[in-house]
Design a protein around this ligand. Structure first.
Ligand code: 3HC
Length: 284
């Protein structure tokens, strides 16, 4: 099956990044949001990202216009009727995701592959909301999507070989290196990342080190581009807490239990960059 038309459900941080990368890779893309206001914001973010590439001389103004010409925004899932590959990137809530999958199953062509960008939720549960569980898999992108080189595909017990192969080809056509994980909590990357990030929060909570020293230790001692507390501010501590809770719920492994400081930060709205304050301050 040749993939020509790509759908992205949700135009937030992840959805807009996925839509941008797909349009830059030559696909016709339709991206949806719940309402016009959110759609305008998401498309505006893509426009700004492309303008930055033009300013840096990495893209010509004509290329930018061509990318935008391949990108269509909508607030109606009915507009996904001619998509070959759809990535769902809505809020991390199983009930919401199941609704999206059931709706996509009705409007998308029979051959279409339906993927979820979930960071930790069960793929088989979403797949069973459709009549095509063999054509459903996880396509976990990383933030910021245009920069990060990895695509983690997640194969459920029902995903067919054909679906996995088509998704691998699609991921590679976006310039990503593809890895494959089973449908287990946290897949590969978050399974490894979460204990590390939660331990960084525990170090602060126990007063063992300052946030700056923890981040510098990891950046300069391990050559990571960001320390774990800066990275959590980028991802959003509500997201980290949600992933930790979801993995803990499944495995009951105490390494994934969110520390109290993290829970309190989430309750206080100290979520990171998106609220202007996390471990660090981000003045507007
Ligand atoms: N969108 C698009 N491009 C961006 C960007 C964004 N949000 N942020 C930075 N960039 C681009 C810049 O434009 C720049 O491009 P250039 O090289 O062409 O000029 C390049 O990335 C480098 O950016 P900067 O020079 O501004 O800053 P850095 O060198 O510090 O890089 C970073 C920024 C790429 C975010 C880097 O710090 C990094 O890689 N951090 C780690 C990110 C990471 O680990 N992400 C994974 C999170 S886990 C996840 O997503 C899974 C989920 O399930 C939790």
């Amino acid at each position: 099956m040749e993939i020509k038309r790509v759908g992205v459900v949700g135009c937030g941080i992840m959805g807009s990044g996925i839509a941008q990368v797909a349009a830059q890779s030559g696909y016709q893309v339709v991206v949806s949001e719940l309402n016009d206001q959110l759609l305008t914001k998401g498309l505006g973010n893509i426009n700004s990202a492309l303008s930055r590439s033009v300013e840096k001389g990495k893209m010509s103004p004509e290329e930018k216009e061509a990318v935008l010409g391949r990108l269509k925004g909508t607030t109606r899932l009915e507009d996904f009727g001619d998509c070959d590959f759809v990535v769902e990137a809505v809020v991390e809530n199983m009930e919401e995701k199941k609704k999206v999958f059931a709706a996509l199953d009705k409007v998308c062509p029979k051959h279409a592959i339906l993927a979820s960008n979930t960071s930790c939720l069960s793929i088989i549960e979403m797949a069973m909301a459709t009549q095509r569980p063999d054509q459903v898999l996880g396509a976990h992108f990383f933030n910021p999507v245009p920069v990060m080189r990895l695509l983690e595909l997640v194969r459920s017990i029902a995903t067919s070989d054909q679906t996995l192969e088509a998704a691998k080809k699609f991921g590679e056509s976006l310039g990503k290196t593809v890895i494959v994980a089973k449908d287990a909590p946290g897949f590969i990357v978050n399974h490894l990342l979460l204990p590390f990030m939660l331990d960084a929060v525990r170090l602060v909570e126990r007063g063992f080190a300052t946030k700056e020293d923890i981040d510098n230790g990891v950046m300069l001692g391990l050559n990571h581009p960001m320390g774990p507390l800066t990275l959590g501010d980028l991802i959003g501590w509500d997201t980290i807490c949600f992933i930790a809770d979801a993995i803990y719920e499944e495995l009951k492994d105490p390494r994934y239990a969110p520390p109290m400081l993290l829970k309190h930060m989430v309750l206080a709205g100290k979520l990171g960059r998106k609220t202007g304050q996390g471990f660090y301050d981000y003045p507007k």
